[in-house]
Structure formats: C-alpha cells, structure tokens
Design a protein around this ligand. Sequence first.
Ligand code: GLN
Length: 492
Amino acid sequence: MEIYNYMGYELLEKIKKKEITIQEVVQSTYDRIESTEQLLHSFVNLSKNKTLEKAKEYDLHLKKSNLAGRLFGLPFANKDLICIGGFPTTCGSKILEGFRPPYNAFVIEHLLKEGAIHIGNTNMDEFAMGGSTENSSYGPTYNPWDLSKVPGGSSGGSAAAVASGQSIFALGSDTGGSIRCPAAFCGVVGLKPTYGRVSRYGLVAFANSLDQIGPITKCVYDSALILEIISGKDPLDSTSVDKKVDKYTSELKEPINKKVLGIPKEFFGEGIEKEVKKSVYKSIEKLESLGTTTVEVSIPHLEYTIATYYLLCMCEASSNLARYDGLRYGKVSDDLSSDVYSAFSRTRGANFGPEVRRRIYLGTYALSAGYYDMFYIKALKVRSLIRNDFVEAFKKCDSLVCPTMPSTAFKVGSLIEDPLEMYTQDILTCSINLAGIPALSIPCGFDSNNLPIGIQIIGDYFDENGILNIAYQLEQELGIYRKTPPLKAGGS
Ligand code: GLN
C-alpha cells in the first residue's frame, strides 16, 4: 500500500515505532500531488520547500527523543481562508491576491503545536460562497471519483485532496454545509462542530453567526483526533465556549445499543435521489442491527431553511465583505487619491466574482432601512423556529440520521448558471448551522455510477462524542472507508 493511502492514526503509529520517517510521509503526499494535481486542482498554494525541511528537522528530533506531539509528522492541507502567518491566503478570491496574514489562526496554532505539518492551502468557492468549488477565482476543483463532476463545496479542495491521498487530513469551514457537502461528494468524513466549540480566530468571516471550522479526514478516528486538538475556549474569540473538551477518541468504541436514533421525515422528502435514500436506509438498518432503536421525528420548518439561511448569510456577508475596498484590505487596483468611493466600487467590481457580488447586493438590500424588518428580522424569527424544531426532536432521541446531500456529485458546469437551483442543494445541511448543532457526514455507499453517498448524523448541542460514536460503529460495520477513487472521468 502507498504511504498516502494510510489513515492518519496508522501513520502516527508507524512514525512512532520508527517504521517510517516523516520525510517519507511528507514526500509521499507531495509525489501524489505532483502526479494528480493537474487532474484535480485541489490546491491554490503549496508550501513545499519549508515543509520538507521541517520534516527533516522532525525526523532528527525523533532520533534523539520520544517526546512528540499528538500529530507529530502528519501532513495536513488548509482551506484557503484560515490564516497562517506569512502564507498567502486568498479565500479563492482575486481581491486577496498577494495577501499574507500576519498571524496564525487558533486552529493552526494548535495543529502546529502538536507537530502537524502544513503542506498547502486548498481551493474553495470564493469567500466560501458556493457548493461546488466552481466559484473560485482560480478555476474549479474536480471530483477524484469522476473528474467530470464537482467535488462539492465550498471546501471542495480540502475534500478532494483527502479523498485522493494528496493530504492525510484537511481543515474546512462550514457555514451552511461546506464541510459536509464535499465530504459526501468525495467519500470522506467531514465534521461541523457545535457553534462555539472551535475558535474562529483567524478564520476569514463569511457569516459569523453560522461559520465553524472542522476536520475533513479519511476515517472517523482521525476526525475525533483532530477535533480534540482544535476545540476549546479561546480568549480571542468571544463566541468560543468555555466547556471541557471531551476525549472524542476514547468513546468511539462504546456500544451504541442503548441509543435512540431520530429519523427526521422531512429529510427524506421529495427531491432526494432514490439511490441516496436507499443507501441511507440500508445504513439505518445496519445501525439497528447494532442494537439502536429508531423513531420518526419531525423538523416542520425545514421548508423555510433555504430562504432563511440565504437571507441571513447574505446579510452578514454584505457587512463582512465591506472591508475589501483596496484601502483597508484587498489589492489596490484603482487610484484611491481621486474620488475614493467610486475607486472602492471599481476595485470591488473588478475583483469580486459574480456570486460574491450577487450576495453583497442582496444582503445590502435586505438590510437597508425599510426592508430590514421585513427580511432580516423575519429571518431571525424563523431561525428560532427551526432551532426549536431540533430542540423538540432531541427530546425524543439521541441523534438524528439522514442523507447529507439530496444527490451525488453533479456535473461541472451543470448548475453554475442557475444559482437558485444550486442553493437548493443545501436543503439537508444548512438548518444544522441555523440551529448551531453539530453534524458529520461519512460515506455510506455508492450510486450506480460509483459516486459516493454520504450519510449525515446530527447531534444535540456539544454532543460531538455521541455522533462520532455512532459514525465510528457504522463505519466499521460498512467497511468501505478504505476504498480509493479512480481519478478518471466517468460515463454519465
Ligand atoms: N453552499 C452554501 C452557500 O453557498 C454553504 C456555504 C458554506 O457552508 N460556506 O452558502
């Protein structure tokens, strides 16, 4: 087996036992990138030279001492909107070309402290706005299972990199599904933590009341391990919660036979592909065979989630993105000494892509005097109703189980001209962000075109332990997580 095909925890074992060097591990991911990047385009920037030096330094350290961090020598890819001091960070946008943040994000600090090695930043929809990674100013990423399909988004580069062995794990961000959607489309594990579990210090904001950072990994064990390391209170992010971080890896093997799983009936409604439903139902049967009981629950306001989510995220985005004017942030592409306001708008017009501009227009409109109550305030009220639906559902069960996406990966170019249709793809993911609860996606099967299908497990507030436990048991039962993608274009 190639080195890049091992799980993260297996490589850590091998490094610890000195069966393999860190240089070999890092080199293997770079070799893999070299041979596949032209097909996939998962990365926007690589940090090769520095990284190989770091690997050498770490190997020398291991020769002298057994003291090493929990991720010592493990390569990771970072979504291009999480700041790494001195490393180019573009958020998939032309407007941030050449920007190098002056500091590390909280999550990066924690990964580096444990010895993880950053190999590069991954491609994404511009400012995380999208579900296919086609909205990147640097061109799309392609799905390793079928190169004619999208990898999902907005963390499509991260998911494609992990699925194809270009990286052992990656970071993503999830505002309305951007970790879980690409995880489902690329056949990997993607976890969105509870709002407040992971600090957003150093994450470039899209919609602050929804954004969370989370891991994208090849297996559930790695996901639990990374979450353990990046979680916790951060004085620099006032929305991070001061709550003890569970030892997520230690409860994965606990039996789940006492668990009650809620099946939210609206998540299996119209518009969900037959093959997706079938595969998810099969997994539910497997979970039942492990002793869980299932009960039907309802999220009655699910039909309002797309409208509510898009209104709120556009409002927040229009305000967050006001800083990119070429003066405070962003590249200067106009003469700011003349009429400064028209110079701002020319800079923004020339450097933001069409989806970002659309969201700024709509968000600004919805927040304007006269419309604020009608749109923004109303959406906030509906958000409370959606949150209450989940609170009610969790009175009857421990976790919810449903599909992650309504379909498997779609063709590159097929939805890009139809933003409303693209938005409806988030129907099963964005309500979770509105409620602020945790959810993860793991692969549960393949459709007739050999494209991965994702099952979503949703937890109550701060019950990451519970959903990881169920996911781990299901993953072991299904036994498909080691399947690797063919990196070819498919038939349909
Ligand atoms: N697809 C959603 C959107 O375009 C989700 C994005 C995200 O989670 N960052 O807003």
